[in-house]
Ligand binder design. Structure first.
Ligand code: ADP
Length: 227
């Protein structure tokens, strides 16, 4: 589904953020990407979202090189991907319902479509009773559930979660991870960047270890051991 071929990314004259990456993600996989801050995790995810371009090499999506996706086709590429971040990125003056609905409004959905889909997705993430709450009336874990609902609203094929538990306590973290696992079991590919070793260990899925922009380990399910 996604393939990196000799991908190097250098931000303006700096040392490489990613260096000669060769990597494949298959449809349906749940892959954790671990590594210290600055290892290149976010850069790798941004290349998939086509938010950044490789300095050299190619990222393929469904065997099509991403650099051939023109500006006009970029929104449809991005609708295949739901993004979730450490800081939730919710709109503070909109309710949970409105935060999720907004993504559909922008895409031109009708009011009927919006009310049906948004309620359904908020139910799936367990927030059916909090749809009218504003972000500051919700716990961190609940805010991340809203962010996940928003990421899911276009029924993406991939969820990219960049440190989704970075601002959460251990209990909420594990609840969010379990929810992401459930979404994966329903068929969505998941790429999770995290430096939460507890979460990665408990997940027991494929783990890619990045260090200084290079892959220093790629462990199949069950083979990653905490050091
Ligand atoms: P991680 O997500 O593992 O913390 P990043 O991909 O964010 O790592 O960063 C990898 C390297 O690239 C770091 O050295 C970082 O400072 C650098 N970097 C990331 N984004 C930019 C940017 N927009 N401009 C310049 N340097 C950047």
């Amino acid at each position: 589904m996604i393939r990196f071929e000799n991908v190097t990314k250098i931000y303006k004259g700096d040392f490489p953020a990613l260096e000669d990456i060769n990597l494949e993600f298959k449809e349906g996989e749940f892959v954790s990407i671990v590594g210290q801050s600055g290892a290149g995790k976010s850069t790798l995810l941004k290349l998939i979202y086509a938010e950044e371009k490789p300095t050299s090499g190619t990222v393929f999506f469904d065997e099509k090189p991403l650099d051939s996706i023109s500006g006009r086709k970029l929104p449809s590429h991005r609708r295949e991907i739901g993004m979730v971040f450490q800081d939730f990125k919710l709109l503070p003056r909109k309710t949970a319902f409105e935060n999720v609905a907004y993504a559909l409004e922008v895409a031109g959905a009708s009011n009927d479509e919006i009310s049906e889909n948004v309620s359904q997705i908020l139910d799936i993430v367990g927030l059916g009773d909090k749809v009218e709450k504003y972000p500051n009336q919700l716990s961190g874990g609940e805010q991340q559930r809203v962010a996940l609902a928003r990421a899911l609203i276009h029924r993406p094929r991939i969820i990219i979660a960049d440190e989704p538990t970075g601002n959460l306590d251990p209990v909420s973290s594990w609840e969010i991870i379990q929810l992401i696992m459930k979404i994966n079991e329903l068929g969505t590919t998941v790429l999770l960047a995290s430096h939460d070793k507890y979460v990665i260990d408990k997940l027991n899925r494929r783990v890619i270890v990045l260090d200084g922009g290079k892959i220093i380990g790629d462990y199949p399910k069950g083979k990653y051991k905490l050091v």
